[in-house]
Design a protein around this ligand. Structure first.
Ligand SMILES: Nc1ncnc2c1ncn2[C@@H]1O[C@H](COP(=O)(O)OP(=O)(O)OP(=O)(O)O)[C@@H](O)[C@H]1O
Ligand SMILES: [Mg+2]
Length: 359
């Protein structure tokens, strides 16, 4: 549906060249919500802007529904662009016009007569929940309402692709949630493919199916959201994942480690796609001569699949702890021992699996 093939974009700044996109290869399938995350300056906006030719690649290609937009005539390009909606961080609305007039604008530009557009505008306004605000001016709206206008304007030409450049970055967390829910509805009810640029991993967690991580103009890692959250490979990806799934050991647990004796061990249990509700803690305590203390937990949901971790302390003989370890492992729960690392950073740890079995 959207394909980047060796896409490269360079900007000439004075005598020097900035490579914003460096040989990008990426495919975004129809019907997906695809997230691209990266730090400021990674090239995310440049990437998304090559899709609707707000930026033309210096080399390489971008195919949208199999068509390379740079090869089209002006008329064909105008037609194709109706197929691609876009929303922005700062909404980019016309302040001197009403909500209705803003949403109608793309239709007017594409030559639809004013007398024929009312139905389409009203339909998208109802979809985004702004029917009662049609005659208001933009300055009279909240940030969330402005972004709803942005979304309605992007949808009014019935696109198959929606590009979102930091669409929730200017909004508070509560409003962000409601806009993300609306974008999910756009994806499900209209089947629109969404390409979503963000620097917030929460956005990726909450609505994306797949994600690519960008750094210095390159895609450094890509995969489905569950894969990326559970087994990030690159350091940058790990940092982004850490920002929402805090699986570092909290200081209170560190205190416990300092006073550790041989009858106590601390373990990190990772639940990925397994039934978090299974009474693993009580089962271990019943089956083995081991006491289980839950020290810390963080369970979230990704694409409807439970995901998270639990830090527990097992108290008992080495032999009984080993049995409990193998029992937990057999339940498809990743388990690692948490041990203190000698480091100048006091709350910095290493995990090791003492009883890991293979096969
Ligand atoms: N029009 C331009 N002229 C010169 N350099 C540019 C231009 N647009 C982008 N760049 C440079 O290209 C690189 C990538 O910029 P881009 O805006 O794509 O990053 P980004 O990932 O969207 O960052 P942010 O999260 O801050 O929006 C940066 O080094 C930027 O300075
Ligand atoms: Mg940007």
């Amino acid at each position: 549906m959207i394909e980047f093939i060796e896409t490269t974009k360079e900007f000439q700044v004075g005598a020097s060249t900035v490579t914003a996109l460096n040989h990008i290869n990426l495919s975004i399938q129809k019907g997906n919500i695809f997230g691209v995350i990266g730090f400021s300056g990674a090239g995310k906006s440049t990437l998304i802007r090559t899709v609707n030719l707000l930026e033309e690649p210096t080399s390489g290609r971008v195919l949208v529904n199999g068509k390379e937009l740079t090869t089209l005539t002006k008329k064909q390009l105008r037609e194709e662009k109706k197929n691609i909606g876009m929303i922005f961080q700062h909404f980019n609305l016309l302040h001197s016009k009403t909500v209705f007039e803003n949403v109608a604008m793309p239709l007017i530009i594409s030559g639809v007569k004013k007398s024929n557009l009312e139905g389409q505008v009203k339909e998208v306004l109802a979809f985004v929940g702004l029917t009662d605000k049609a005659d208001r001016y933009i300055d009279e709206l909240s940030g969330g309402q402005k972004q709803r206008v942005g979304i309605a304007r992007a949808l009014v030409t019935k696109p198959t692709i929606l590009l979102c450049d930091e669409a929730t970055s200017a909004l508070d967390p509560q409003t962000t949630k409601s806009i993300l829910a609306l974008l999910k509805k756009v994806n499900i009810e209209y089947g629109i493919t969404i390409l979503m640029i963000t620097h917030e991993m929460e956005v990726i967690r909450d609505i994306c199916h797949r994600v690519a991580v960008m750094e210095n103009g390159r895609i450094i890692e890509t995969g489905n959201v569950l894969e990326i959250f559970s087994t990030p490979r690159e350091e940058t990806t790990k940092n982004f994942v850490q920002s929402v799934v805090r699986d570092e050991i909290p200081p209170s647990v560190y205190e416990q480690l300092k006073s550790i004796d041989t009858s106590k061990k601390i373990y990190n249990l990772k639940f990925i796609g397994v039934d978090v509700g299974q009474p693993i803690v009580s089962q271990v305590a019943k089956k083995f001569a081991v006491d289980v203390n839950v020290l810390f937990g963080n369970i979230t949901e990704l694409q409807g699949i439970p995901f998270g971790h639990l830090i527990v302390e097992l108290v008992g003989s080495d032999k009984e702890i080993q049995k409990a370890f193998l029992f937990i492992q057999a339940k498809n729960i990743q388990i690692e021992e948490v041990v203190a690392r000698e480091s100048e950073h006091t709350n910095y740890y290493r995990s090791g699996s003492r009883y890991a079995v293979h096969g």
